[in-house]
Design a binder for this molecule. Structure first.
Ligand code: AP5
Length: 214
């Protein structure tokens, strides 16, 4: 399954919830890239420049990273791709890899939401500096506000959640990623869902969509 949508539309939050319910992993290229940055790998150093500015990381780096992750054992029974593909070149690379492995995409869930709502969601997001998760100052608070539920470290704001980077990310979404909706519509895989409701409402809409696939 692919989760497609603009930054802040809730892809990551919902992919984690659905993945836990279906017992399949959520593969987020954003999380993989941030882990590479934390590890200080060559790929991480190269990616960081683009990520902090809100720009898309070059296709070859992202494709290499995600195709490698898909080879791992926990992916044998399926997975949710969160934030990949984001360009036509990525969609084509995925199609090619899936053809070779005879893997079928069940659905592309498209998160539909107004841009104004996204800015509030993104500027209010706070993340664990050790990669344990993310919360929101208003919509999704940790048990002890300001601190990670897992390791209790003080939460921080992502460098690309500042308003100037958010504008660049939204522009990149409109230019490079939104056209993928037509690509997957043509393949009869697109399942649009309204993503502007409360977290639990969006979860319910996704559950209903996924149940119809069975
Ligand atoms: P990535 O981490 O994927 O960021 P993104 O797509 O910009 O997505 P976000 O994580 O910001 O939003 P989301 O839709 O997952 O929403 P979330 O659930 O977190 O990528 C970061 C960067 O990495 C990119 O800018 C790019 O540089 C690079 N990159 C990644 N993939 C790439 C690719 N394929 N190609 C090239 N470059 C790539 O929710 C956001 C906030 O809203 C949270 O605080 C959450 O608690 C809150 N929230 C969620 N749902 C609701 C709700 N229903 N109501 C109220 N609040 C909610």
């Amino acid at each position: 399954m692919i989760f497609l949508g603009p930054p802040g539309s809730g892809k990551g939050t919902q992919a984690k919830l659905l993945g836990a319910r279906l017992k399949i992993p959520q593969l987020s290229t954003g999380d993989l890239l941030r882990a590479a940055v934390r590890d200080g790998s060559d790929l991480g150093r190269e990616a960081k420049k683009f990520m902090d500015a809100g720009k898309l990381v070059p296709d070859d780096l992202v494709i290499q990273l995600i195709l490698g992750r898909m080879q791992q054992k926990d992916c044998e029974n399926g997975y949710i791709l969160d934030g990949f593909p984001r360009t036509r070149a990525q969609a084509q690379a995925l199609e090619k890899a899936f053809q070779v492995k005879k893997i079928k995409i069940d659905a592309v869930i498209s998160f539909e939401i107004d841009e104004q709502e996204l800015v509030e969601r993104l500027t209010g997001r706070r993340v664990c500096p050790n990669g344990h998760g993310e919360w929101h100052i208003k919509f999704h608070q940790p048990a002890n506000p300001g601190f990670c539920d897992v390791c209790h470290a003080p939460l921080v704001q992502r460098a690309d959640d500042r308003e100037e980077s958010i504008r660049v990310r939204l522009a990149a979404y409109r230019k490079d990623t939104e056209p993928l909706k037509a690509f997957y519509q043509d393949a009869k895989l697109l399942r649009p869902i309204p993503a502007d409701g409360a977290l639990a409402e969006v979860t319910q809409l996704i559950e209903t969509t996924v149940n119809k696939l069975r």
